[in-house]
Write a new protein. Structure first.
Length: 87
């Protein structure tokens, strides 16, 4: 009987350790995903700005207007100096 109790205690401890490891790995995966998403956005944003520099001023304004329509978060619009009422 004591042998069984010790096995249960050992397995319970091992499960707790594995759950802690799983939690840590899950958190790291989320952080890596967020960093990758941020990097993707920065790269696409820089590519768009470089592309806009190649356009005529009229076409660049049309491209920026189309992009501004996609920015719907009020704080983001305020930060970028876009009229909040234009959403």
């Amino acid at each position: 009987m004591m042998r069984t109790v010790k096995k249960i205690e050992a397995l319970t401890k091992e499960i707790a350790q594995k759950n802690a490891l799983l939690s840590d790995l899950t958190q790291k995966a989320k952080e890596e995903s967020r960093r990758a998403d941020t990097r993707r956005k920065i790269i696409y944003g820089a590519a768009f700005l470089a592309y806009a520099d190649l356009l005529s001023s009229e076409n660049a304004e049309k491209a920026f207007a189309a992009v501004r329509k996609q920015i719907t978060n009020k704080k983001d619009r305020q930060f970028l100096g876009i009229d909040v009422r234009d959403v």
